[in-house]
Ligand binder design. Sequence first.
Ligand code: SAM
Ligand code: SF4
Length: 356
Amino acid sequence: MRNESLNPEVLPPAAAGPTTTRASSRHAAGTLIDKYGRHITYIRLSITDRCDFRCTYCMAEEMTFLPRDQVLSLEECLRVVRTFVGLGVTKVRITGGEPLVRKNVLWLLERIAALDGLKDLVLTTNGSQLDRYAADLKQAGVKRINVSLDTLRPERFKAITRIGDLDKVLRGIDAAGAAGFTRTKLNTVMMRGVNDDEFVDLVRYAMAHDLNVSFIEEMPLGDVGHGRSNTYYSTDEGLALLSPHFGLVPTVENTGGPARYWRIPGSETRVGFISPHSHNFCDSCNRVRVTAQGELYPCLGQNDAMSLMPLLREGDDDAPLRAAIVRAMGIKPKEHNFTEQLDAPRVVRFMSMTGG
Ligand code: SAM
Ligand code: SF4
């Protein structure tokens, strides 16, 4: 049940009082194991389905967002994360929609960062609000930030995001550096004929600003009104394009996510590739996702889910919630099969719903 007296939606972060971390019984790390023996130690939580951009690969032009009472309250978000951490999860990514458009997001971040057992609180953002939030995010305990950036050309940026202002995002990236964030990572969705003439420039930008960059193969999530096979661009093509410019050297470095990384001799910048089509990484998948609606999706690329919302709203006892999460590991599928769905997505949720 929602505790209105603690409801952070109506309190400014500074007035929201001390951390409400409950002394939940901690389970040994590795409690969450699926039927293929994979340990789940990482969750991605979408705290809103809303966004101030409408990226063409992520959303339809006209979107209907969830009514507010169907979105997890910040208290409920905290309870979900606390329960997962109690089950051995050590890394949490806050995402969306655009997480920084959620009111009082800092209230939540401060409390998640303070959870006993959590090692890594990270955030994925489109960067639109980063110039005003960067210092507070650092202060709240966010360890690293990913910023989505598909182009360095203002007109193209506007076309891809349908709304966004490139300058504001670039200012946000600078603000993250000034606030003390290191190894901020750019996420670039590779799209043939849209931004493939800028991959070299994006790597140069990353090197000049001490950033990492990951190139992502576009996934068929939700019906965005256009097929994706025409624009699909593979990791191997990206590597072949970039290697002559930067002499990329493969590494075994891992940040606990799906990217594989390459080094540039003489530079700290890492170039990553996330290859859901061409190099299936499901064997080593260590993560699950929770949507803003409280649905637990064990796999981004499948429709199996468990709704946590009824358990969150029926009472304060965490035991049924914990049991449901453990049970949900049983429905984590072996793998996704995106490639055969490029022009006919079988996953009807937009990426903004599930959280990237
Ligand atoms: N709004 C934030 C942002 O853009 O970073 C966080 C949410 S967004 C859904 C998370 C990531 O998913 C972004 O890096 C975005 O580029 C990526 N993404 C969205 N739709 C995608 C798709 N169809 N295929 C691959 N990546 C996608
Ligand atoms: Fe919004 Fe991120 Fe989706 Fe773009 S990718 S529409 S910024 S949620």
